[in-house]
Design a protein around this ligand. Structure first.
Ligand SMILES: [Mn+2]
Length: 266
């Protein structure tokens, strides 16, 4: 296991848990019964190459994990609709070669398998638009609403027109939530986590990053700072933590607040 708790290889079937009525965590993805839709966030394809340009060399294994994970999750949920909640690829400014190849391969592989893909625009997706157009992949900016669900990346506040009477769930990414756990010997492990709370009258669900290289924002440390303006509007301490260990399961750790106290005491 690497430091953020995600294995590079997928062996057993993905762990799953129903976290809200008809809403399931399936590994690092979310499956919604009402829409028969699988949702993932923050792939950051091409991140290795961005690190390489900064002088950090790591093996390019992230893409293999992401592709395998998506094909597995779609197969296990018997789902043919995928929504990517932004930050499909990692870039600032000019596009890097690696991320183009991987993005193209991923989207065309999914298409060949009959999977329909939609993307909600994230803050890293500026150069993605021409490729999505070429492949007929709809891009939603800054949100996508279907049934009782409202999806957004999370780097901006939701505009007022995003809301309607029937919105019961707001689903976002961007924050890459994770929790830090420490045992009595001082050994720490970081686990990618889903956060579940409320925003206005809706349930708010924050997805972890699908990228094994993005270890994530530790939400249960003192004075945790949040990137998302949406999370700055709510009390994150009241949100419930569902931590994911792909090989062993999904863990309901109670609220962020409770988990922070546990971290300080141990
Ligand atoms: Mn983002």
């Amino acid at each position: 296991m690497n430091s953020n708790g995600v294995k590079w290889e997928l062996r057993d079937s993905l762990p799953r848990a129903e976290i809200l009525n008809g809403v399931w965590v399936v590994g690092l993805s979310l499956y919604v019964d009402e829409l028969d839709l699988l949702v993932v966030a923050d792939l950051h394809l091409g991140y290795e190459q961005a690190l390489e340009e900064a002088g950090v060399f790591i093996p390019a294994v992230q893409y293999k994990f992401i592709k395998n994970f998506l094909l597995r999750a779609l197969e296990e949920t018997e789902c043919s609709k995928l929504l990517i909640l932004g930050d499909v690829k990692h870039e600032f400014g000019g596009a890097l070669k690696q991320e183009w190849g991987e993005t193209l391969d991923l989207l065309s592989t999914l298409k060949e398998k009959g999977v329909s893909v939609d993307v909600v625009r994230g803050n890293h997706d500026n150069f993605l638009i021409p490729m999505l157009k070429r492949l007929n992949v709809p891009l939603h900016d800054p949100y996508y609403r279907e049934g009782s669900l409202l999806f957004t990346h999370g780097h901006k506040e939701l505009p007022i027109d995003a809301w309607s009477e029937d919105v019961k769930y707001v689903v976002m990414g961007h924050e890459h939530p994770a929790v830090m756990l420490r045992d009595e010997l001082g050994v720490s492990v970081k686990l990618k986590s889903f956060l579940v709370g409320s925003l206005e009258r809706a349930n708010l669900i924050v997805l972890p990053s699908l990228s094994p290289l993005m270890s994530g924002t530790e939400v249960n440390v003192p004075k945790a700072k949040f990137l998302s303006p949406i999370l700055r509007q709510v009390n994150v301490g009241d949100m419930r933590v569902y931590a994911v260990e792909l090989d062993s399961g999904i863990y309901d750790f109670g609220t962020v607040e409770l988990l922070s106290r546990f971290l300080i005491q141990s």
